[in-house]
Design a protein around this ligand. Structure first.
Ligand code: ATP
Ligand code: MG
Ligand code: ZN
Length: 503
């Protein structure tokens, strides 16, 4: 391609006027230049790719341009051209990460004394300034206190909290902000128009979401996409190129939960795993999907949500199949497991457990607070619901009985938990103090619990033995056919005591 220039370079702002979204910074700097009140040191902080370095260079140009100081540097003089190409001797761009030591700062201090070669000011732009060592900062401090009149410092950093307060307080600080999803869509649409790139709204939304507020990242992705696809860029192209998990998958997974067919859910999980998707990303995406379902149910509009019309329409349809309470409980379950998924070596098993648990919730609503606790105390109901999900995460194979437990207050500090003797009641009783602690943590006060065991067994078992301890010659027991004793089979038995089987 002749004269091919990447978009981030081609569309890099060259004047304050051209900078997007950082309005307050533009206004303040414009006034400072116009009134000749430019400070001797600035600190530009903010997330990646939002214009810190760009603004630093523009400020340098505005001060040093042959016709400066001016808010409209000519772009033609040798100084302007040199600064654009990072080749001006008096505008020194220093990477703080690779020049972080005391020696480099001492050198800088020596250098500062000399007059600029061809410009009014010697301007030091130190990027990633938070990377300097403590000694380097100390050495810098002296220069910052009494800088020669011909010197300006512009520090840029993505981590202002790592810059010592002594330095920060000697600078004028500007906080650059992230771009919103809509702003990125707007900028990319504008660039696409200039470049005659055709791209669908859905695709733009996906790019802007992935960019997470960074204008540079968004432009970089658009660049990649136009090379990848010469005709119209569609959502599918963005998903393929950037490895974004398609929203279709979240809709499908949610449908599986609604169908309450464990085998479908498990097959789906297997498919997601074997397609090589990143599981943590899938998990986060799923949480976001349920958040969106909830938001559409609450009638939050699509602009606030940053989604397309078509996506909104699908969400509205799916959200109709849930009530608000169900969405809340599901979100809470997913959120509770998010940290664990990041740490576990067995994300697949964890995900299966979660999915089956969610199906359980949707089918028999056993963890719904109103069903299992006295309506009189919603705080207890919510606390109990959290205890059940925490316990289930810790003891995934044995907590089934707890989900079906009925909980009541005999006095504010005494809780009675009624268990069915078929549902691992012995195991649960043995964890009494653990449950007490969990509940106390939720309620913020110590509580005592007592168990009441009822006998309304679902699977007939030999009295005194649990379902899993059945011996071979217990012929009077109505037992299920023997199945291979794998973890997963065990899990399903526990989750579905009535014996829904997985093929
Ligand atoms: N506010 C903005 N207005 C217009 N374009 C921007 C803006 N911020 C970033 N860009 C685009 O992103 C590119 C990179 O911006 P820049 O180098 O200034 O980001 P940065 O904040 O210094 O990022 P980093 O922290 O990663 O160094 C620019 O060339 C430009 O194309
Ligand atoms: Mg930068
Ligand atoms: Zn100029």
């Amino acid at each position: 391609m002749p004269n091919y220039q990447v978009l981030t370079l081609k569309y890099r702002p060259q004047t304050l006027e051209q900078i997007w979204i950082q309005e307050h910074i533009k206004t303040t700097l414009t006034k400072a230049i116009e009134n000749n009140r430019v400070a001797h040191a600035y600190l530009f902080t903010g997330p990646r790719g939002v214009g810190k370095t760009t603004t630093a260079r523009i400020l340098a140009k505005s001060l040093n341009c042959a016709s400066g100081p001016t808010i409209t540097p000519c772009q033609q003089c040798s100084v302007c051209r040199e600064i654009t190409a990072s080749q001006n001797m008096d505008v020194l761009e220093i990477d703080g990460a690779s020049n972080r030591g005391i020696d480099q700062v001492r050198e800088l201090r020596e250098n500062v004394k000399f007059m600029p070669t061809s410009c009014p000011y010697k301007i030091y732009i130190i990027d990633e300034v938070h990377m300097l060592t403590q000694e380097a900062f100390n050495a810098l401090l002296k220069t910052l206190e009494e800088p020669p009149a011909h010197v300006k410092f512009i520090f840029a950093t993505t981590a202002a909290q790592k810059v010592p307060a002594t330095i920060v307080s000697r600078c004028q600080r500007f906080d650059f902000r992230k771009a919103t999803s809509d702003e990125i869509v707007e900028r990319l649409s504008w660039i696409s128009k200039q470049e005659q790139i055709t791209i669908s709204e859905d695709a733009l939304r996906a790019v802007s979401k992935r960019a997470d507020g960074s204008i540079r990242d968004a432009e970089g992705m658009l660049d990649q996409l136009r090379v990848f696809k010469s005709d119209k860029i569609e959502l599918k192209d963005v998903e393929d190129l950037l490895g974004i998990i398609s929203a279709d998958l979240f809709f499908e997974y949610t449908d599986n939960l609604l169908t309450a067919d464990p085998s479908q859910a498990v097959t789906f999980i297997d498919r997601v795993f074997s397609s090589g998707y990143d599981f943590i990303e899938f998990f986060t995406g799923l949480l976001e999907h349920f958040r969106l379902l909830m938001m559409t149910k609450l009638k939050i509009n699509k602009t606030v949500l940053g989604i397309s019309e078509q996506h909104l329409h699908r969400l509205v349809e799916q959200a109709k199949k849930f009530n608000l309470n169900e969405l809340l409980v599901i979100m809470q379950h997913i959120a509770d497991n998010e940290e664990i998924v990041k740490k576990t070596n067995e994300p697949k098993i964890l995900f299966e457990i979660l999915s089956l648990n969610l199906i359980n919730i949707l089918t028999n609503k056993s963890v719904m607070p109103t069903n299992n606790t006295s309506n009189k105390n919603p705080q207890l109901a919510l606390a109990w619901q959290n205890v059940v999900s925490e316990f289930l995460t810790k003891h995934p194979f044995s907590a089934n009985g707890l989900q079906h437990a009925v909980i009541n207050e005999s006095s504010p500090d005494n809780i009675v938990i009624t268990l069915d003797d078929a549902g691992n009641s012995e195991f649960i009783e043995s964890k009494k103090s653990e449950i007490e602690n969990m509940l106390a943590k939720q309620l913020g006060k110590p509580v005592k619990i007592n168990f009441v065991i009822t006998k309304k067994s679902r699977v007939k078992t030999n009295p005194g033995k649990t379902a899993h301890e059945k011996s071979d010659n217990d012929e009077d027991i109505e037992s299920e056919p023997a199945e291979p004793d794998t973890d997963t089979d065990q899990l399903y038995k526990t989750m579905f005591p009535k014996g829904k089987k997985i093929k």
